[in-house]
Design a protein around this ligand. Sequence first.
Ligand SMILES: Cc1cc2nc3c(=O)[nH]c(=O)nc-3n(C[C@H](O)[C@H](O)[C@H](O)COP(=O)(O)OP(=O)(O)OC[C@H]3O[C@@H](n4cnc5c(N)ncnc54)[C@H](O)[C@@H]3O)c2cc1C
Length: 314
Amino acid sequence: MLEMVSLKKSVGKINIRGRLTVDEPMAAHTTFRVGGPADIFAQPEDVVDLRALLQFSCGEGLSPFILGGGANILVSDRGIRGLVIDMSRFSSISIKRETSVEQETLHVQAGLPVSDAAAWCAEQGYAGLDFLYSMPGSVGGAVWMNARCYDGEVYNVLTHVDLLHHDGTQERYLPHPEDFAYKVSPFQDNRRVIVGCGFRMTPEPRDAVWQRMQHYRADREQKGHFAAPSAGSMFKNNRDFGSPSGVIIDRLGLRGYQIGGARISDRHANIIINTGTATAADIDQLATFVADRVHERFGFTLEREVLRVGQWEE
Ligand SMILES: Cc1cc2nc3c(=O)[nH]c(=O)nc-3n(C[C@H](O)[C@H](O)[C@H](O)COP(=O)(O)OP(=O)(O)OC[C@H]3O[C@@H](n4cnc5c(N)ncnc54)[C@H](O)[C@@H]3O)c2cc1C
């Protein structure tokens, strides 16, 4: 406890242009709308700020948590000890023609909502990110997760990733096929911050791209994605199980099952929703309950897709 008090006091050592707060409620920054306070919460304005924050973390012996849109995390009720770096102010976007490959590339910073990036590209008359339209989360989070939907996967359009190591050095990473798989990227060891990246663009009439994107949005609405706070699919799919996780959970008749304020969506069995009063512990217990029932009945071990973040154990 004393350690945390002195850590919060050392906030004065951080000199950045961006916003800095202590005891920031993480519920305000996650799509589940749950999560206790982050000791120190920073929104760097630029790479100079980001470097200063990483240097501070190193000096304090902390490993910072990098926050995108908070759409794939479950933050504990006790919150996050140490430093959270929110990338939302990294939001520039532009398209450049790469003469070496005769190809247009989107250059976009990590904090921009990925759906906004898709909409911006469509307005300029480009497809490429359209499959991610209306998916919650940031560009950086989508790259970190190698997000996928509607037959698209981030890796398929990724040209490069600009990274900042915790020691402040920069790197431009070029994708290798062996580094990516279903919901796997090489950034999941959390040794580097994704600052920005490039995506391959394909020219296409604006209206045609928008038509597809409206279809994706309507499909998500129809599946209830925006009806209540959630983090999308709770569990990954596993081909070896023969059916998607949602179908397996459905076989147990668990739609509508509730623990506290956490409920298995009535519209999709692989989505846990916050009915309004859920705690992170409710959601965590419900996810464990589902995984246990599936294991008992079918022998499959479901792997969580939503990441547990923060202080879970005493
Ligand atoms: C309604 C709904 C529907 C969804 N549908 C889909 C879907 O169809 N397909 C799909 O794949 N996912 C889906 N998701 C999950 C989620 O949208 C994606 O996983 C998304 O890519 C998460 O991005 P984020 O920015 O919110 O990441 P966060 O949840 O903020 O973070 C996730 C991880 O990425 C790391 N991270 C984030 N940004 C950076 C960065 N700049 N540098 C380094 N590390 C970083 C974080 O540290 C964390 O470990 C859905 C979620 C919701 C709520």
